[in-house]
Structures are given as C-alpha cells and as structure tokens.
Ligand binder design. Structure first.
Ligand SMILES: *Cc1c(COP(=O)(O)O)cnc(C)c1O
Length: 227
C-alpha cells in the first residue's frame, strides 16, 4: 500500500471511530480531502483510491488544477478559502460547492456569474473568532445572509462552514457553530450541511454534528513549503 493509501485509510478509520463514539453513522459523513499546495497529480492519485471530494482554498490554484484535470469528471471540487468578489466568476466556473460565502456582495457576484441554469451549492461561512478580520459572517448575521442567498435562484444554500479558533477548545467553538446551523435551517430547512473539522479537530467536529470534514495534511502529508 502506498503511504497515501495508508494515511487515507487510517484517517477513515479514525473518522468512523469518532462517528461511532458520537452515536452517529459514519456513512452520513463526507470526507473532503484538502489538496491545497500539492500538485494536481495528487488528485489523480487520490481519485484512484476512491476519493471523489476535494478541497482547495485559493482560486488560482483551484482553477489551474481543474483545468489540468479536466478528464476527472466525477471529482467534486469544494472551494474553502477566502473569496474575492472580483474572482467570483472564476470561482464559479471551477467549483462545485463554495463553502466560504460570508457577505451578500459575494453571494450576488456568484449569482451574477451563473451561466444558463446551473445551480451552485454554497455554504455560509461563520466567523467563530473575536477577530472581525477573519473570514466568515458574525454568528448573529448568518440567518440574514441565508435569507439573502435564498433570494438568488442560481445558488443553493447547503449549510454552514467554519474553522475553529486557535485559542479555544474546538468542542465549544463547534457547539456555537451548531447553534448557527440551526438558525440557518430555520431559514432554509434543506441547508443541513455543517462543514467543520480539519486534521487537528475532526473528532470534536463530528461530535458536534459536522457533516462535511475538510482534512488536508493528515492525508496528503505535509504541504510543500508555499504558505
Ligand atoms: C487547509 C484547510 C483545511 C485542512 O487543514 P489540515 O489541518 O491540513 O487538515 C481545512 N479547512 C480550510 C478552510 C483550510 O484552509
């Protein structure tokens, strides 16, 4: 077995254990492999191991890999990084889901970039830190942004996304995210995704109800030194 295959299956075992410990069915979890900073062929290798959901956090890298790997039709690309409004149409062309919608102007720009009748999956990113400079909407504003997205027919609101703050126990941060997820579901009942949990905190995220895990380095190995 390759190192990559070994790391992938080790993480999947840990995900399944964390799910069972939380009384949840592992099959209800989607594991997104974050491939940022790694070259495109890594995605081809992952696909051969059965991976169908990958995540990228920079638009240029996402667009370049998507182009390079145009033959990999059944891979779903999740955009999980901060999005500039003026990059909305490039993001829309390359992403199957955008986890990082944190302002109505960005939602509007993604909507305007729609081509034909395609519908883009989007999540409201929630800022769980005290630092307003971090990505994400304030928790109290999430439902309002969800309502705004509800008025944009080319966007399908799927749920909420967050990164746990560095200076807080992930369990308490993810408990707050879950409350915000309830607010958003009150606006759009079908928006039942909770995108949370990375290499260091996915077990806590699973315990708090995460449905979509974004796991990078534990699977891909250390990122090449580019940021
Ligand atoms: C890089 C990244 C991840 C994955 O982080 P790891 O610690 O490598 O698992 C998850 N979410 C976001 C938003 C990221 O930028």
């Amino acid at each position: 077995m390759s190192d990559l295959a070994a790391r992938l299956s080790a993480i999947d075992l840990r995900i399944a254990d964390a799910a069972r410990a939380a009384g949840r069915d592992p099959d209800e979890l989607t594991r997104i492999v974050v491939t940022k900073f790694h070259p495109a062929p890594l995605v081809t290798e992952l696909r051969a191991l059965g991976v169908r959901e990958v995540g990228e956090n920079r638009q240029q890298e996402l667009s370049a890999k998507r182009e390079e790997l145009a033959g990999l039709e059944d891979v779903r690309w999740h955009f999980i990084g901060q999005a500039q409004t003026n990059k909305a149409s490039a993001i829309r062309r390359s992403a199957d889901a955008v986890h990082s919608v944190d302002r109505s102007r960005l939602a509007d720009a993604l909507h305007r970039a729609a081509e034909g009748d395609d519908v883009l999956d989007v999540l409201v990113q929630v800022n769980l830190t005290d630092d307003p400079g971090r990505g994400g909407v304030e928790p109290a504003e999430a439902a309002r942004l969800a309502e705004h997205i509800g008025g944009l027919p080319s966007l399908r609101l799927r749920g909420v996304m967050a990164v746990a703050p560095l200076d807080e126990e992930p369990a308490s941060a993810f408990a707050r995210l879950r409350a915000v997820a309830d607010d958003v579901r009150a606006v759009e009942p079908a928006a039942d995704w909770i995108s949370a949990g990375m290499t260091g905190d996915f077990a806590e995220a699973i315990a708090a109800g995460a449905t979509h895990l974004r796991i990078g380095s534990a699977i891909t190995g250390p990122r090449p030194d580019r940021g």
